[in-house]
Design a protein around this ligand. Sequence first.
Ligand code: NAD
Length: 448
Amino acid sequence: MRLAVIGGGPVGLVSGTVLASVGHHVDVVDIDASRVERIARGVAPFHEPGLDDLLRAVVDSRALSATQDLNDVVPRADVALICVGTPSNGDGADLSALKSASAAVGRALRGLTNGYRVVAVKSTVPPGTTSKIVEPILRAESGLSDESLGVAMNPEFLREGVAVEDMRKPDRIVIGVNDERARALMEELYRPFSAPVIAVSPTGAEMTKYTSNALLATLVSFSNEIAAMCESIEGADAAEVFRALHADRRFRPPTSRPESPSTITAYLLPGLGYGGSCFPKDTEALAVWARARGVASPILDAVRAVNAQRPKRVVELLRSRLSLAGARVAVLGLAFKPGTDDVRESRSLDLVRLLHAEGAEVRACDPVAADEAQASLNGIASVSRDADSALRGADAAVLATSWPAYVALDPAHVKTLMRRPLILDARRSLDPVKWAAHCEYLPIGVRA
Ligand code: NAD
């Protein structure tokens, strides 16, 4: 099949690359010229494990190309996948990129009555968006009826950091359609994958995606609420509490994907809170959407409130041991999670800003996201790639993102670098016995 993928971000480029690798021909369209130029050379414009090699292979074999010219590729495509960003506008989802991409796709299809095509929304959008906003735009701009144009909603569940693996081996494919012809074409698109296809309505597909992210965010905030309780009493350690919970067979990995290292238990741990380009804006968008419909969302509201508190709580813990004004604090890890250079809504950045506001001199580091983070931390923190330069002369260090390289740091070496070897483990990723032998080890989730 020929596909046009509109938007070459993590979702568009990873899905496009994997779909090209299983036999489809994919044209990735993006309005960002430098992004298009890199993709066309087979170079991923962001860090995602496994993507560089696969992208180079599909570009070399001409299964994938990149362009800014949507009009050139959309008319030739059997399916166009809209994968543009839907960030927060401060009070819900900003659908401007989605609307303009839909209008451009519609215009590119104007008058084309040969054959049958489907335009599918892969972006995460509030329930009702595909049917009430995208489809009317597509029909008005293209002039096409459902005889020649089908409209679908096909949410994406990949996780940054393991996106290629997730896309290659999806747990399920959700297809939201209102007619059989569109459903058949979307099923054809995903035939090379062995995952079960769940066909629902477009609105059902949109709600499915929000439900998934809202539940995972709820687990994170629930864990952090328990962590805060454990921090208030002697003897209860949240890490031990959750280790015991994870042993419950109801939390074990699905046997269908024993190779997948992370299960739902990855969301049931004490930490700094959820960040990234999805959970924060999707929980906000769902709550705003519900409020506009007169539906109360007290659980979601609490999930968001708990999340907002978490970096503050970590700063308080550090303050209980150290006067922050004038102290030099190293923050290890700036990406919102390991395996990505994405710093959107990263809790580490919030932590850095809070420490700076307390008067601390912050030296932050990240092995892959240093450049991305630098722009938002100008004048607030110095940013490097390696941990040693951040740790040198520091009065305290916070492990904020569990990069394997940071988890593997040698505490004896770290002690020699720091002015005061006070280590706050905000992810509970460090070996407490090893670290306590050399440093002042301060874990979250337990009374300090
Ligand atoms: P992104 O913002 O990182 O990338 C979007 C890309 O679309 C950018 O390169 C941008 O230049 C391009 N673009 C914007 N308008 C365009 C237009 N009119 N024509 C062509 N290109 C255009 O977004 P992302 O992280 O890839 O996410 C895309 C969507 O998928 C969002 O709705 C997001 O919520 C959802 N999603 C993201 C993830 C994730 O892990 N990032 C996972 C599942 C779903």
